[in-house]
Design a protein around this ligand. Structure first.
Ligand code: ATP
Ligand code: MG
Length: 387
């Protein structure tokens, strides 16, 4: 079937009463930016965003983009008819004829309540013509083919379940604010960034670079991850911050068993500083309780205390298998599992504290010379990339 339009459905935006039109506007803008050159036009109709295809629209590419755009709960390739009931009948019949099926149903909906037929009447009139012409049986519960008719104030959209696809839902990126995500190159943190995208946040990624032989390999991985994560949120900013000078100081001042906790506190302080520059309202990590030694409740308490901004860890209650399954679905898994030797394992104790104590952490940090200016300096020397 040669479709002319795509009808985009969203669910959560619809409940945000007062802000509805702002949210819709942001979704529209995001779709326009992501699909530039693929579509003739994109516009709003009551409760929907509509894309007008042109002859050369690359359907597979478009589908790939819409499936990855937060805020879209689903989308349907469709035909358009005028409000004339004869035109609707002819369009629905043409659509039905393009499929092989045994049973069918007509599901009609009106966003334009002034239309002369109500939904039930439309269903009945259109159902009759499909039944009489194609001799297929009507099944209201589990039809093979579900033909949808949506009457708007201007045009009527006709589509079926066969060319309707699920989106990732949630809220459009940039509708809720900006957060910073601490991106390590492992499996978890990119998944965290994606989760925040789904909740409408624009995510700025920050990678802290340790002083090690494998820096180049990790950096390549971080670039590839950002390139991929861009497909969920559009233009993506990445900071790479050198940790080596801070690390040398910490190596002197911090006993081995507390290094991991204090390294991570300094990472958070770096992110907090960047968050301030970016007017960002929160920090995101890939922590999950109990996954590694740094992620016991006691240690997370010691680590998160370093930040005055809220730290969001959307994977906190997920099992590793669940995280892996999301990372496979979003495509980061294959990049995250690329092997490289663990860069700081040789500097961390073999027996790190699993129950860190905040008063001990604070006492150790007293001995770290000019911590604030080291952080300031590291941030001022950060490299910034755009994807
Ligand atoms: P990941 O969680 O990304 O798979 P990981 O499992 O190795 O990494 P940890 O090393 O314990 O986990 O790190 C926990 C969290 O700390 C990460 O999810 C990430 O948010 C942050 N983090 C760790 N290392 C870095 C780094 N080099 N740069 C930025 N953030 C980091
Ligand atoms: Mg982890």
């Amino acid at each position: 079937m040669r479709y002319t339009h795509v009808l985009i459905h969203y669910s959560e935006i619809a409940i945000k009463k007062g802000n509805r039109s702002t949210f819709e506007g942001i979704l529209l803008k995001n779709i326009r930016e992501a699909t530039a050159k693929l579509l003739a036009k994109t516009y709003k109709r009551f409760g929907r965003v509509v894309c007008l295809l042109d002859e050369n629209s690359d359907i597979e590419k478009l589908k790939g983009i819409l499936e990855k755009t937060p805020g879209i709960s689903g989308f349907s390739f469709c035909l358009v008819s005028s409000q004339s009931i004869d035109d609707i009948k002819a369009t629905a019949l043409a659509l039905a004829k393009s499929f092989s099926f045994e049973s069918f149903r007509i599901s009609a909906k009106r966003s334009y309540k002034g239309y002369r037929y109500n939904s039930q009447e439309i269903g009945k009139i259109v159902g009759e013509i499909v039944f009489e012409t194609l001799k297929k049986k009507v099944c209201l519960k589990h039809p093979d083919l579900d033909i949808n008719i949506e009457v708007t104030e201007k045009e009527v959209f006709v589509y079926s379940n066969r060319d309707t696809f699920a989106g990732i839902g949630g809220l459009p990126v940039s509708s809720t604010g900006t957060v910073l995500c601490s991106l390590s190159g492992g499996i978890d943190s990119p998944v965290s960034g994606y989760m925040l995208n789904k909740r409408g946040c624009k995510v700025i990624y920050v990678h802290i670079q340790n002083n090690s032989l494998v820096t180049r390999e990790v950096e390549g991985k971080i670039f590839r991850l950002c390139e991929l994560l861009k497909s969920y949120q559009g233009k993506t900013k990445l900071y790479i911050v050198q940790f080596s000078e801070i690390q040398s100081q910490l190596l002197i001042a911090v006993p081995a068993d507390y290094r991991m906790i204090i390294y991570r506190r300094f990472m958070l302080k770096i992110l907090e500083r960047i968050a301030y520059l970016e007017n960002s309202k929160g920090i995101v990590t890939g922590d999950s309780i109990g996954q590694v030694a740094s992620q016991t409740l006691e240690n997370l308490q010691c680590i998160y205390e370093a930040s005055s901004l809220p730290v969001y860890s959307p994977l906190i209650g997920l099992n590793k298998e669940e995280i892996i399954s999301i990372s496979k679905k979003i495509g980061t898994y294959q990049i995250s599992i690329l092997q490289y030797p663990d860069c700081c394992s040789f500097m961390i104790s073999e027996h790190p504290k699993t129950k860190g104590k905040l008063d001990e952490v604070k006492a150790i940090e007293e001995n770290i010379k000019s911590a604030d200016s080291l952080i300031e300096l590291a941030v001022s020397k950060a490299r910034v990339y755009y994807f």
